[in-house]
Design a protein around this ligand. Structure first.
Ligand code: C5P
Length: 219
């Protein structure tokens, strides 16, 4: 395990959704199984990387051979990424909730029979943008994801600029693709030199190809 091309490289991977509490028993979240992030962490570890895997409450179990840090919220995920220490690369595959509930209740909100509860929201930190724009100690390679439903390459290219990351792995998550929650993915890798579309393949195969490409970029 520890003898591949990524031996001695520290790589942070975020994965899964975040859960933002409404009260102690309720939350808001994005849909995310954690399958692609988990596969990427496994592939990177398979190439010898020292992987810190920061995961929200995902459906799939974390891979073996990585350092697992379990979190619930976006704030906790950012703190865990910052606590992970200097990294050679970072891959942000998590489906982070864009907002948290600003008026989350300490006690379970009761059905009173008349007034409905009103939620107010606060914006969550953008972990990918925060790390991409670090002035010192930025990982050499920062990889983000873009799940889009239309105009995938145009939106993902704009996202790469806006966030300041090096690569964006873009995919089409329109319901008719069956990609969300499924075992296959069809991705386009957007870098400073252009867009590279890969054929549809298993999420494991995407992870292995991406891990090899990361190894070429940082070694
Ligand atoms: O803006 P959008 O959510 O589409 O960007 C997706 C990319 O940004 C993913 O790589 C995701 O992990 C990352 N992200 C993040 N923190 C957020 C929102 C998104 O790291 N608060």
């Amino acid at each position: 395990f520890s003898d591949g091309p990524l031996k001695g490289k520290h790589i942070i991977v975020t994965s899964g959704p975040t859960h933002e509490p409404i009260d102690p028993v309720r939350y808001i979240a994005n849909r995310s199984s954690g399958a692609q992030g988990t596969a990427i962490a496994r592939s990177l570890a398979g190439l010898g990387a020292d992987v810190t895997f920061v995961t929200g409450p995902a459906e799939v179990a974390p891979p073996a051979g990585v350092k697992v840090v379990k979190v619930q919220t976006a704030d906790q995920m950012l703190a865990a990424v910052q606590a992970a220490g200097a990294a050679d690369a970072a891959v942000f595959a998590a489906a982070v909730a864009d907002w948290r509930v600003a008026n989350a209740a300490d006690q379970k909100i009761k059905k009173t029979g008349d007034a409905l509860p009103t939620l107010t929201f606060a914006e969550n930190p953008d972990i990918l943008a925060t790390v991409s724009q670090m002035k010192t100690g930025r990982p050499v390679l920062v990889v983000g994801f873009a799940a889009e439903t239309d105009d995938v390459i145009a939106h993902a290219t704009a996202k790469r600029q806006r966030k300041g990351c090096d690569w964006i792995v873009a995919n089409d998550v329109s319901p008719e693709t069956g990609i969300m929650g499924g075992s296959e993915n069809a991705v386009t890798i957007i870098t400073d030199t252009g867009a590279d579309s890969w054929p549809r393949m298993s999420k494991d195969a995407v992870a292995q190809a991406l891990a090899r490409r990361i190894a070429e970029a940082i070694t």
